[in-house]
Design a protein around this ligand. Structure first.
Ligand code: 5AD
Ligand code: SF4
Length: 435
């Protein structure tokens, strides 16, 4: 018997992938442990999207080398996007024992068995659809299902097409089976995942299933199952999808629609394939058809050649749309990407920091004003657990993906309850159970 400890960084897709790796390993005689000190093998599932994410992982792997002094047979493996990007340099320079890319997880047990095991082959077909992932670090209520892998959009700043390879969709039947089984185990909130779920497409006996169809099929499993999805590329978000969200009560009224920049010049250089006005057409359509829909975004400050005017346009579009929340980053050049070859990373670091901070400050105000609008309203909240700060309280989320804290009373995880919002911060709603 060998013990394996898996640590996950990066996106939700990585979280789902760690579950696949855990399943492959437990099928091969390993036991999953939740403490690195008990482990014979430590796997770090990594992200390569920004340089600071990678730096953190290099440091973490260096720190882990000291554990090897106490435990000489300990193996350290780097898996995921950084494994794919940096390949054997992780063995030579970071002294990893195992390097395994995102399409080689079936091979993970064999790789651990070798003195130094490396497999970073990308695949055009691998979707792991026959592997039922283990739910690790799970609250028993929310789960992720990956519905497709890879990305071929080649946004000029982004390393993902190189680390995750060609886009491929998993069969709808295997997705529905996984969702049904999660529901039967008590899960109530499922997020369908892909780098760009809007281009999901699977042919079943001559019938084409697109993402809107898949979402409707998942929602049909049970009205008590909430369905979410991430991430959407604005160029591919269809009216059919918006209509599907509008017409199903249990498809959450929350769309994450990364804009990346509010300047057409930047969007062109980013190879995003839409203009600001085309983006606005989509958000206006969403607002018209789903008035209670929350919107969130990703944005990058200080991309190559970004002027003060480009930046101002980003702030403008944030105000115009009034995002409910946002993931905000400063540009980090990634080797091998189109931007790294074509454009100079010429916005000074202090300037990137300043612009990012302005966006963060603005978003805090926008989130606060979005939350203030909820005061006095009543939402259906799915209870996800006890509040960490106060054991007499529970927390859950609204369909709009906002976190709500309220008194426990006789409720428990997995319940749907009506909560009237009484107060808020920019990050959280506070309310009381509606009697
Ligand atoms: N620098 C900064 N942010 C990036 N993202 C992707 N690549 C980079 C990069 N090179 C951001 C985008 C994307 C999110 C997952 O990460 O906003 O939507
Ligand atoms: Fe996820 Fe992209 Fe990071 Fe890979 S590089 S882990 S796909 S966010």
């Amino acid at each position: 018997m060998k013990n394996v400890y898996i640590e996950t960084y990066g996106c939700q897709m990585n979280q789902a992938d760690s579950g696949i790796v855990a399943k492959v390993l437990t099928d091969n005689g390993y036991t999953l442990v939740n403490n690195q000190d008990d482990a014979d093998v430590i796997l770090i599932n990594t992200c390569a999207v920004r340089d600071n994410a990678e730096k953190r992982i290099h440091n973490r792997v260096r720190d882990l080398q000291s554990l090897k002094k106490k435990h000489p047979l300990l193996k350290i493996g780097i898996i995921g996007c950084m494994a794919e990007r940096l390949k054997d340099s992780l063995i030579n320079e970071d002294k990893a024992d195992v390097v395994c890319g995102p399409d080689a997880y079936r091979d993970i047990a064999a790789l651990i068995g070798q003195t130094t095991g490396i497999n970073v082959a990308l695949s055009d077909e691998e979707t792991y659809e026959d592997i039922v992932p283990l739910e690790i670090d799970s609250d028993g209520i929310s789960a992720f299902i990956s519905v497709m892998r890879g990305c071929e959009n080649f946004c000029s700043y982004c390393v993902v097409p190189y680390t995750r390879g060609k886009e491929r969709s998993r069969s709808a039947s295997s997705i529905i089976k996984q969702a049904e089984s999660l529901f039967n185990k008590g899960y109530r909130d499922i997020t369908l995942l892909g780098q760009n779920v809007n281009s999901y497409r699977f042919e079943d006996n001559g019938k084409v299933i697109d993402f809107a169809d898949l979402l409707a099929m998942t929602a049909a499993i049970n009205p008590l199952l909430r369905v979410r999805f991430a991430t959407s590329h604005p160029k591919d978000l269809s009216e059919k999808l918006i209509d599907t969200i509008a017409s199903h009560k249990n498809i959450c009224k929350y769309i994450h629609l990364p804009i990346q920049s509010g300047s057409d010049n930047m969007l062109k250089k980013m190879n995003r394939k839409y203009t600001v006005s085309q983006y606005l057409e989509k958000t206006d359509l969403i607002r018209r058809k789903i008035p209670d829909c929350a919107l969130s975004t990703d944005v990058i400050a200080g991309f190559c050649g970004e002027t003060e005017e480009d930046h101002r346009q980003t702030l403008e579009i944030f105000k115009r749309i009034g995002y409910d929340s946002a993931y905000m980053f400063k540009y980090s050049e990634r080797p091998g990407t189109l931007a790294s070859k074509k454009y100079a990373d010429d916005v000074k670091e202090e300037e990137k920091v300043r612009r990012l901070q302005q966006i963060i400050d603005l978003q805090r105000e926008l989130s606060l004003s979005s939350n203030k609008k909820d005061i006095g309203k009543t939402f259906e909240v799915l209870v996800e657990g006890e509040s960490k700060r106060d054991k007499t309280k529970l927390y859950g989320r609204t369909s709009q993906n906002k976190v709500v804290i309220f008194d426990k009373q006789d409720n428990k995880k997995g319940d749907y309850i009506l909560v009237e919002i009484e107060n808020c911060t920019s990050a959280t709603l506070f309310g009381k159970k509606k009697q």
